[in-house]
Structures are given as C-alpha cells and as structure tokens.
Design a protein around this ligand. Structure first.
Ligand code: GO6
Length: 312
C-alpha cells in the first residue's frame, strides 16, 4: 500500500516536531504548514528548513486565510494537528475549528488527528474546574469533526515523559528532586507515561490503519503503566539512594490550588485526576478504542527505567 501524504499543522511545536520526524522516518511524504506568523522566530524557521533538508515539503498557509489552509489540505491525505491546548488555550479551539472547516471544504481527507494526546476527554465529564476546560474544548472539536463526517483517530492515554517522569511527577519542576519527593496519596494509582518520540511513532503508525478509523488509539503499553511509587523506586535504584517520601492527601493537594495562577490551577486538577484517580488507566479500552502496543508490537517503546538514566 502506498504511504499516505501527511500534513502536520504545528510541526515546530514540542510534539509536532517529533511527529514530523516520525512521519519522515516511516516514509510518508510529509508536508509541514509554514505560517507567515512565525515572522522573526528564527528557531521555528530554522527547524522548518531542517525538515525541508530531510525531505519535507513546506507549505505556506495562515489561519487568517481559510483558502490557504484548504489549498494546503488538498495536497495530502492525512492532517495531524498537535497544537498545544495548554499554553494558548482559547486560541487552540478556534484554530482547530477553523481547521475542521477547511478540511470539510477540501473534502479529500482520509484521516484527521486533532489535538488530543492526553486524557481521553470523553471520560472526563466529571473533571474539576478549571482544568476541565482542556477536556471541554476537545469535546467541542470532536463534535465538529463528527458532525462534518471527517474520518478521524483520537490519540489519547499517556502523559508526556518530560512532564511526568523526568521530575518524578513533581509539579513546577522538570528534573528529579534531590532529597524529598512529594507522593500523591498512597502513590499507587497507575499512570501511563510515554516518551514523546514514542507518542509520535505510534501516531504515525496509526494514520493508515483501518483498525483505528473513527476510533481512539490509547497509548497504554503495559510496561509503562506505572504508579508514582514504582517510578520513584526506579529512580532510587538508579542513583543508589532513597529519597524522603512525603505523602500529600487529596484534600491538601486540591486545597493548594488556592492563590495559584490559572495555569497552575489547571495543572493541579490534571495531576489530581492522574495521580489520585488514575484517570489515564482506570478503564478498559473497550469497543471504541485500541491499545497502541498491541496493534504495533514492532514499536520498541522506551521503558521508564531506561528513560530516567538521562537525568542521573
Ligand atoms: C499536561 C504540568 C506540569 C502543569 C494531559 C503544571 C492535558 C492533558 C495527561 O503543560 O496541566 O510541572 O494528559 O507545574 O490531557 C501540564 C499539563 C502539566 C503540562 C497539565 C497535560 C496532560 C495537559 C507541571 C506544572 C511539571
């Protein structure tokens, strides 16, 4: 079968750049949207040019010109939109709805992967304020996709390793603590954590797969469903030292939201659902979902004991 042509919208972003690389390395003709709005952002431009050197096609297009998006979309079979819902939230939903409109007008797209890559928003109806905004927004985008009858795959289920493993799941840090580690409750809730390069590899694997058409692909490889306790123990074994464990109750953790800025409040809610509820793992994937490592056993996903070595 011929490999589908892929357009990545947000190809210079944190996940997007990995998706572009995975698409190129898995042999897909790869198109990256080049927005004039990047202006003097020299890092983004250099990254785009580096992708071009590796064989990607840069296509100009702007969200302030819907026809330019339609033209870009007509060049490909698959659109992937890994744009952040965290840093530019109110923006994210508007951009995605515009993209859905452009895909609808273009009429040629065989698969659309919207900005998901986290909690399954369909299972987060109970989520706390203000963090639930992420899930509510994603559900609005899903409805637009499904109303427009655009073929889709939602890639969900794993936390990014750089946000949840490298720091032993400590908020406000990206490196492991030296002496004391905050443990959420009993530290036994299972959390799915994945190396971002693996998230990208599975994402590309799925775009031509009829088994995930109009379904959710869950990133929950069994060996990466870990409790915070297991993660901390891996680290302690790696450095040959025990840290002081300090448990924080759900009540105290949620109370810590008071006085925080908006983004941090969102973060606390998300950490709560992940580490107290186990919301990434406390359900069967069911009829509407498939688990990535089962479908693609050829992907050798990074185990977290391996991943943590770079932080030692
Ligand atoms: C990650 C974070 C890390 C927040 C998801 C504050 C949406 C999701 C697992 O931007 O708010 O320190 O699923 O101090 O569906 C942020 C968000 C995590 C990263 C959560 C996320 C995960 C968003 C922090 C912090 C490391």
């Amino acid at each position: 079968m011929e490999k589908s042509k892929v357009l990545v919208v947000g190809g210079t972003g944190y996940l997007g750049r990995r998706i572009v690389s995975a698409s190129l390395s898995q042999g897909h003709p790869t198109y990256v949207l080049q927005r004039p709005e990047i202006g003097l952002d020299i890092d983004k431009l250099q990254m785009l040019l580096a992708f071009k050197k590796q064989g990607a096609h840069l296509v100009e297009g702007s969200f302030s010109d819907l026809e330019s998006l339609v033209r870009a979309i007509k060049l490909v079979d698959v659109v992937i939109c890994p744009i952040s819902g965290v840093h530019i939230r109110s923006h994210n939903i508007l951009l995605q709805l515009q993209l859905v409109e452009a895909i609808k007008r273009a009429g040629n797209i065989k698969r659309f992967l919207p900005s998901e890559f986290g909690f399954d928003p369909a299972r987060m109806g109970h989520a706390l304020e203000p963090g639930r905004v992420s899930f509510d927004d994603k559900m609005v985008v899903r409805k637009a996709i499904q109303d427009a009858k655009i073929p889709f795959t939602y890639v969900c289920g794993a936390g990014f390793a750089a946000y949840f493993a490298g720091n032993l799941s400590q908020m406000g840090a990206l490196v492991p603590p030296k002496e004391k580690v905050l443990i959420y409750g009993d530290g036994n809730a299972k959390v799915s954590i994945m190396d971002e390069d693996d998230i990208a590899a599975y994402t590309i694997k799925t775009i031509d797969d009829p088994r995930t058409l109009n379904k959710t692909l869950y990133l929950r490889p069994p060996e990466n469903e870990l409790s915070q306790k297991q993660l901390v123990e891996m680290w302690e074994n790696l450095i040959g030292k025990k840290l002081e464990h300090i448990s924080i109750s759900a009540e105290d953790f949620l109370a810590s939201m008071k006085g925080m800025d908006y983004a941090s409040q969102v973060g606390v809610g998300h950490f709560y659902h992940m580490f107290y509820e186990g919301a990434l793992t406390n359900f069967e994937t069911g009829e509407e979902g498939e688990e990535a490592s089962k479908l693609y056993p050829e992907v050798k996903y990074t185990r977290m004991n391996e991943y943590l070595k770079i932080y030692a």
